[in-house]
Design a protein around this ligand. Sequence first.
Ligand SMILES: NC(=O)c1ccc[n+]([C@@H]2O[C@H](COP(=O)([O-])OP(=O)(O)OC[C@H]3O[C@@H](n4cnc5c(N)ncnc54)[C@H](O)[C@@H]3O)[C@@H](O)[C@H]2O)c1
Length: 396
Amino acid sequence: MTHYDHLIIGGGMAADAAAHGIREQDPTASIGILGEEPTSPFPRPALSKKLWTDPDFTVENTALDTVGETAATFHPRTRVVAVDLEAHEVTTHGGDTVGYGRLLVATGGHPRTLTDLPGGDRVLYYRSLTDYHRLRVLADTRPHVAVVGGGYIGTEIAAALIGQGCRVTLLHPGEVLGEQMFPAELADDFERLFTDAGVEVRGGAEVAGGREHADGVRLELESGDTVQADVVVVGLGVEPATHFLPEEVELADDGGVVVDEHLRTSAPDVYAAGDVASYPDPILGRTRVEHVDNATTMGTAAGRIMAGSEETYDHTPMFYSDVLGLGYQAVGTLDSSLETFVERVGEGAVAYYLDDEAVRGVLLWDLDEGVEEARALLARHSRPTDPADLAGTITG
Ligand SMILES: NC(=O)c1ccc[n+]([C@@H]2O[C@H](COP(=O)([O-])OP(=O)(O)OC[C@H]3O[C@@H](n4cnc5c(N)ncnc54)[C@H](O)[C@@H]3O)[C@@H](O)[C@H]2O)c1
């Protein structure tokens, strides 16, 4: 049986970061990575952004060199189906067992699917490098693409495909694109960016299902309407990939793996990091974050901790997105149901998100700087009575 001092389940960016964290702390320990995908860790943000918008980015020059840099052993196409906590070993779908000293769950999430909308040749639940290659081939025929979902995948892929000369219809259930994240005035700006670029944005469009047929795909909406397209790209969010874990590993209400401030799960020698981990954030409380900054920062910390570091994890996450010339980034939460205050700064804007006790999130809209100022503001754990008094806090 193969045995590793440190075994990582999952082949994404958290896994890459963890291998680096382990190696930083321990130059000789053996590291194994079991990845379900056929490729080793790849910088996922590029799949919906730079690989489409920046000709300097290719799959080859964007790829990570996890194995070369960390001397980890990478096992592609390897799905873990069970973990035996007592024996300290995992079982793969092929029936092999792999032993571990310490185990990291870095499995991220699987795309949420609609039962009545099966994935297929022309229906892509978009997440992996394989999906990117498939969509590239389809996009080259300049099809009419229906993008389902107005979240990160939906907006970034719609922006990418309109830039490729495709006809794009974006279907989302809300009234205004981005309204769950942005205060109303910025959501209006956001949607206009898409419509001005030629994307047909269709709100109130909750997709119920659909079928591929000889000429493309026919989507059915909850309203009873149908939408016909050549290709459908779906981004309905992800569900934490935890199905292989025994019940001793505690899960949070949202399905994530509960970890403490040392990224330890409730099971001995088992850690978790990245999209799958529900961790105690000092500012946001217990939370699970599905962005690359979280995956890499938490992954690195988990690796170091598994290899002996006694640090605690207290990094409040930031994230960024780029669509149609708009760059926006944020620290903390972007929940537009909170109280918000928007301040225009130069060509851009800052939006503050507050609950009764404190500022919980800061959005930097078309501003290059301000992440560290935002983090410092959140760390104060306070708020002014009048949110307008926050004006000038972030200079961008
Ligand atoms: N820039 C970034 O940080 C970035 C970029 C891409 C992806 N990601 C991550 O990848 C993951 C997947 O992204 P995503 O866009 O799939 O998830 P998401 O949660 O961002 O968006 C899901 C969207 O689907 C919509 N939706 C739900 N049910 C629907 C239905 N029946 N019909 C139509 N729309 C429906 C929701 O309203 C929402 O707009 C997320 O974890 C995300 O954070 C992050």
